[in-house]
Write a protein that binds this ligand. Structure first.
Ligand SMILES: [Cu+2]
Length: 305
């Protein structure tokens, strides 16, 4: 179970890492790229777009296919990207053929891991220096196509701010349990953007740690397993930043203090809408409890060494 949790957390953070990485040239691509169709967005404004719902593009749904709608990339300051998760993170390895038909060009993403410390793939990401994931990112530069994939999760992505929809079908889906996995089988990867992808391994200096506000936390229940923030308790180094990503549809807060004692005043996100995020940099060692002002069963802590 710990493996699944770690993978799930890692995937979520990895998605942020993807967003962070691609934001760097995503801005350039956006300036140079085709205009986007979202009416509320201009390409030049420094968009305070985190909280604004985007119109879902109209697209006839393909009969017999499933549909996913993207959400704003949660990376801090990287509002210009969109993500849709098609296969949620799993300890099992998924393989299959993805047929996709999206409302605009999309990029294809898989995550593999956690992998062994002796593996040295081209693209890695790690939340803690120990749990290491391999990222695969393919840009087919089209909206329709198919992709043979393999990984512990499957998602699609754009480098634009507007919501996209993707109709998809997964053929020949298999799930391989970790025990059954043959270590000798290498993923066949076409990392089209390999040369331009900023390296994500071995971050130097202060790190950013991601904590999710999971879906469904606006009703009680998550407190029974201490999963109202995920992870609810995190240990970091002084100078590190914690980014809380709201993957729920409900708005939440990240408020220093406790439901019993009220806000500490150390940090307070105010309302973080669904799909938005909040970051705080902890300069001083100590233990910091926090909670959600809207849903006081949601509590978490940050320990700063
Ligand atoms: Cu809440």
């Amino acid at each position: 179970m710990a493996g699944i949790d770690k993978a799930a957390i890692g995937f979520s953070i990895a998605i942020v890492a993807i967003g962070v990485a691609f934001a760097m040239y995503g801005d350039a691509a956006q300036n140079a790229g085709p205009s986007v169709s979202a009416p509320a967005v201009t390409s030049t404004a420094p968009e305070p777009v985190m909280d604004e719902p985007k119109a879902t593009p109209e697209k006839p749904m393909k009969a017999g296919w499933e549909r996913a709608t993207s959400v704003q990339d949660p990376g801090m300051g990287h509002e210009s990207h969109q993500l849709a998760v098609l296969l949620a993170p799993s300890e099992n390895t998924y393989s299959g053929t993805l047929l996709y038909d999206a409302s605009e060009n999309i990029q294809l993403v898989t995550l593999r891991g956690p992998i062994g410390a002796d593996e040295k793939p081209a693209k890695t990401w790690t939340p803690d220096g120990e749990t290491i994931f391999e990222l695969t990112f393919v840009d087919p530069k089209n909206a329709k196509g198919e992709w043979e994939f393999s990984g512990n999760a499957l998602a699609v992505h754009t480098m634009f701010t507007n919501t996209f929809v993707v109709d998809y079908k997964i053929l020949d889906l298999t799930e391989t349990e970790p025990m059954m996995e043959e270590k000798t089988v290498e993923l066949e990867e076409e990392v089209a953007m390999e040369d331009t992808t900023p390296a994500m391994d071995e971050p130097a200096g202060p790190m950013t740690h991601t904590v999710e506000m999971p879906a469904g936390t606006s009703v009680p229940g998550c407190e029974e397993t201490n999963e109202c923030y995920s992870p609810a308790d995190i240990t970091i180094n002084a100078g590190d930043t914690v980014e809380w990503v709201n993957v729920d549809t409900a708005a939440h807060t990240v408020t220093g203090g406790s439901p019993a004692d009220g806000p500490s005043g150390v940090f307070d996100s105010s309302l973080v809408m669904g799909g938005a995020s909040y970051s705080f940099t902890f300069e001083d060692a100590g233990s910091y409890d926090y909670f959600c002002m809207v849903h006081p069963w949601m509590v978490g802590s940050v320990t700063v060494n």
